[in-house]
Design a protein around this ligand. Sequence first.
Ligand code: NDP
Ligand code: HSE
Length: 438
Amino acid sequence: MGPVKVGILGLGTVGGGTVNVLSRNAEEIFRRAGRGIQVTHAAARDITRARSCDTSEIQLTDNPQDIVANPEVDIIVELIGGEELARDLVMKAIANGKHVVTANKALIAKYGNEIFNAAQKKGVMVAFEAAVAGGIPIIKAIREGLSGNRIEWLAGIINGTGNFILTEMRDKGRDFSDVLQEAQRLGYAEADPTFDVEGIDAAHKLTILASIAFGIPLQFEKAYTEGITKITQEDVSYAEQLGYRIKHLGIAKRTDSGIELRVHPTLIPERRLIANVDGVMNAVLVKGDAVGPTLYYGAGAGSEATASAVVADIIDVVRTLTADPENRVPHLAFQPDSINDTPILPVEDIQTAYYLRMSADDKPGVLAEVTQILGDAEISIEALIQKEPQNAETQVQIIMLTHKVYEKQMISAIEKIEALDSIKDQLTRIRVETLDKE
Ligand code: NDP
Ligand code: HSE
């Protein structure tokens, strides 16, 4: 049998890495897949530009539609990114009976339901391992490795750029925008880096993880999303004094009333392994009822780390080319007719503990006013620090950790505290998760 023919749309960070890995490991890949895999076609905007990979044996075009329509190509690998063009190309590839591999989490989170439905009808595969947590095989781990479990919750550092920024800020006191520029140079960041720093990219990924963990449709629009742009050096340092690290987490949790789906900065006890995941590395904790907590760790972005996942998907597709479509692993882990409608909870109905920091007048009675408001809202305080005013300052910093409360209780208490004359500016609020076995 001749080699399987692959058309790659996009020869940037991930596309270049994919060509390099396929070529360097061709012999090992052949032994695994049972067939050769040949990149015959590739698309880029500027086909005259020097590339990070050897394209001498590849037919290049600046029109990706040509590749999608080419009857010689068996598998389309979508690495262009973005939403509308990628959606159009993937839907056309499916309509033309081609299997698809993509690293595009925005595409899957927003249009995955439509894409998988079309793929199911056409009997083709759409594989997306690289869309979540770069090189970590987290999709396969949840969809296949943990398929005997009822998944209770998962929590992950799932944006490499954001984790790189937070780590460099904490360890080296570097400036936010300076580290972001470095992440862009290293090829970690999205084409629009606000996706990374505002939590949108992590919310895309969390949407995908929740769907395969709980057997629910992809519902990106219901994810609560908060980025890392408001995290200050001060908060990083106070968190450390309290024994915590600040990480940007995606959390999906089953509760009796529905599913929590939220992305936000989070204080995590520093003794947890995941609190020590630094730089561009990602990690995902998954708690199954049978296995208990499991942790997956690895590079969350970058050329060859992501190509590792893309190539694994290509091999998977090649291995199953001859398998009866009915007997393939379902795209979203659960059989399409078993996807259920467990509701996603509004953020007001989630429960977490909180870190609060406020600037208060340095005079008697202020702390009593604040604790009175919290007490009235039935919010109990677990730890409290009051910082001495520096030099001629008339304000003191008050830092608190609370026990778990409903978000709506906290929102109402914060409004009342911010209305006090003795409190200056807005209060800083960061959620706290212990990530223990519960
Ligand atoms: P890049 O920007 O590095 O590469 C995009 C490629 O697509 C470029 O080669 C570009 O061409 C080509 N392209 C863009 N628009 C067109 C068009 N209209 N016609 C033809 N070619 C086009 O992106 P990445 O490789 O970083 O990301 C690709 C995908 O992988 C995205 O969905 C991203 O979210 C995802 N991803 C990225 C990771 C990473 O670490 N970078 C990790 C995991 C997923 P040209 O080079 O000529 O400009
Ligand atoms: N921009 C993404 C990140 C790429 O930094 O995690 C990997 O999905």
